[in-house]
Design a binder for this molecule. Structure first.
Ligand code: SAM
Length: 220
């Protein structure tokens, strides 16, 4: 694969459609300063998520896996003034850094970050009778299938469910893989394909990040 070419084309796309502003640059700097892993979506993927927010006219978004709030900011910027984004994050440090970044971006009225394990926090959302227009799954990979099952419970017809990192440089082709992340997304993708309540596909991504992919599903 021609990684250099993919990177150059990604830069071209970002220059046209997805330039980081001060708030997004500050997120990138905060990740480095706090020794947080650099595993946010890329700028062009962030803009893609924002386009999806607009496409489904989302007023309520659920994100699993906040990290420092980079994808959160891209998505929240697509919300109307009375919109709401709830993001679930396991690491207290990530949540603290993300809250600061989101405040700096002027989005703290729209965004709520809840700290804990996704699978522990999701039942509470159901008890609160929350229903979301868009759900972005981007936390730990082994329970992706369970996250998807929860996403279905918290959705309505038309809800868009997106899951990142489901190609993993093609490692998903190895059915004997012992890698827990690979096994998690393989289990998820199989379940997604078999679930009649959604119309789904996977789009491969190349660009500044490694070869990967996003699953996109709409609830029927
Ligand atoms: N969505 C972020 C972005 O693009 O800016 C990147 C999220 S990063 C790939 C995954 C995040 O999920 C990390 O911050 C990690 O701490 C968090 N995480 C890991 N296990 C989790 C769990 N069980 N529940 C919730 N969050 C978890």
């Amino acid at each position: 694969m021609n990684q250099q070419l993919f990177q150059a084309v990604d830069q071209y796309i970002c220059k046209l459609f997805a330039q980081n502003d001060e708030a997004l640059d500050a997120v990138v700097a905060s990740i480095e300063k706090n020794n947080i892993p650099q595993i946010s979506v890329s700028a062009s993927q962030g803009k893609f998520l924002q386009v999806l927010v607009k496409l489904c006219r989302a007023k309520s978004i659920l994100e699993l896996g906040t990290l420092a709030g980079y994808s959160t900011i891209w998505m929240a910027r697509g919300l109307p003034e009375d919109g709401k984004l709830i993001s679930l994050e396991y690491e207290q440090l990530h949540a603290d850094v993300a809250r600061e970044n989101i405040k700096r971006a002027g989005l703290d009225k729209l965004v709520e970050i809840r700290v804990g394990k996704g699978l522990d926090l999701l039942p509470q959302l159901q008890q609160e009778q929350k229903v979301f227009d868009m759900i972005f799954i981007d936390a730990d990979k082994p329970p992706y299938a369970e996250y998807f099952q929860w996403a279905l419970k918290l959705s309505h017809p038309g809800t868009l469910i997106i899951a990142d990192n489901v190609i993993r440089e093609g490692k998903i082709l190895d059915e004997t893989s012992e890698d827990e992340a690979v096994k998690g997304v393989q289990r998820f993708s199989k379940l997604l394909a078999e679930t009649k309540e959604v119309t789904a596909c996977i789009i491969q991504n190349v660009g500044e990040k490694e070869h990967d992919g996003m699953a996109i599903a709409v609830v029927n």
